[in-house]
Design a protein around this ligand. Sequence first.
Ligand SMILES: [Zn+2]
Length: 78
Amino acid sequence: MAVAYKPHPFHWVPAEGARHASVDERTGSTYVDGTEVGTLCGHRLAADNSTPAWLWDTCPDCNVHAHALAGVPTAGAR
Ligand SMILES: [Zn+2]
């Protein structure tokens, strides 16, 4: 999907069984497998780019923080 607005200040990163969000710098379009990433829910986790990993559920804490960073209300808060 081509989106023209400015990039979000965070990235999604699957790690440890959930899809987390992070504001860590990255060099490509994803974090390299095994990269230790600081997540918005306050953990340091190893990135996992396997296909099943991208289908993990979104971390609820990261979801709240990511929505706040993006200035978008969470679905449950509307
Ligand atoms: Zn998280």
